[in-house]
Ligand binder design. Structure first.
Ligand code: DGY
Length: 325
């Protein structure tokens, strides 16, 4: 059995896969290109991949031996699940383990944008702090404000729990009502347009899919309060980045806290980088040592189980297989 691991991981996770397969680890601190992935995974029965690896029909066609794709992330938008189903490739991911960690970071971004934490730090380090003054770096109130949670899945739910702790009022969108969030945190379900109009903070927690790509575009940003703050720790493409730039630049909304971007890493000439009212992080929602270590281990456990023909502890449901034309 052969496996490719597309980035170096903690030794215990590597050993888990080595116990059942001959392992090769992509040696660079950058993602392999599509061609490099094909070359390095030739003859592999399984791949442990990251969200930076594109797993699509072309790759799967070039790797006919491949049976298992184990992603070290909960989001699987880089993986063409239909293609995996068609090629008979099973997919695993790492849900649950990063829920609290990512919710913590969403709240960190919310507080940082509302209270202008990064602006304040830049101001101080630049030596501009000459006196205390009444309205210096005055930001937005968090307690008592309304947060709109777009997508009340696992992470949205944990953001709601934290928001309730900050005495915020919570509204949310979801395909179905979430009685636990309503009972525990007093959350109220809304349509997206109602949520946008009511919220002081809008925090995005939907997976990226064809339905959610561009979910927050120019019209949605225009429907928000001019004082509102947008937080995105889900996937960049859920928000139209061009429309967001325009809305921030023209004061249509007040600020944004972003951990994810349409293109990652964000190009250094992206206009968002010119705005003072955006806090930007390099996709570190789940980046604590403990959580990333657990994610690596779950991904390794999924791969090892799949390679042995056992059920993966965390399988991703695949669409129905389509017949080849
Ligand atoms: C995920 O798991 O999908 C995150 O974006 C990375 O932790």
């Amino acid at each position: 059995m052969r496996a490719l691991i597309s980035r170096d991981l903690p030794a215990k996770a590597l050993d888990t896969v080595r116990a059942v397969a001959e392992v090769s680890v992509w040696p660079h601190n950058r993602p392999p290109t599509a061609q490099e992935l094909v070359e390095h995974a030739a003859d592999a029965d399984g791949i442990l991949c990251l969200l930076t690896d594109r797993i699509d029909d072309a790759l799967l066609s070039a790797l006919p031996k491949l049976r298992i794709v184990s992603q070290m992330a909960v989001g699987v938008d880089n993986i063409d699940l239909q293609a995996c189903a068609n090629h008979g490739v099973a997919v695993g991911n790492t849900p649950g383990v990063l829920t609290d960690t990512t919710a913590d970071l969403a709240v960190a971004l919310l507080l940082a944008t509302a209270r202008r934490v990064c602006e304040g730090e830049r101001f101080l380090r630049a030596g501009e702090w000459t006196t205390w003054s009444p309205m210096l770096l005055a930001g937005a109130e968090v307690h008592g404000a309304t947060i709109g949670i777009v997508g009340m899945g696992r992470i949205g739910f944990e953001v709601a729990r934290r928001a309730a702790g900050f005495k915020m009022r919570i509204v949310y969108t979801s395909r179905s009502p979430k009685p636990d969030a309503e009972r525990l945190f007093g959350a109220e379900r809304r349509s997206l347009s109602e949520l946008l109009a009511e919220s002081d903070f809008v925090s995005v927690h939907t997976p990226l899919s064809s339905e959610t790509t561009g979910l927050i575009g120019a019209a949605e940003l225009a429907a928000m309060k001019p004082s509102a703050i947008l937080i995105n720790t889900a996937r960049g493409a859920v928000v139209s980045q061009r429309a967001l730039y325009d809305a921030l630049k023209n004061g249509r909304i007040s600020a944004a806290g972003l951990d994810v971007f349409e293109r990652e890493p964000i190009p250094m000439d992206d206009p968002l980088l010119t705005l003072p009212n955006v806090v930007m992080l390099p996709h570190i929602g789940s980046a604590t040592v403990a959580t990333r270590t657990r994610m690596a281990q779950i991904a390794a456990d999924n791969l090892a189980a799949g390679l042995q023909g056992l059920p993966m502890p965390h399988p991703v449901a695949l669409p129905v297989r389509m017949r080849a034309q």
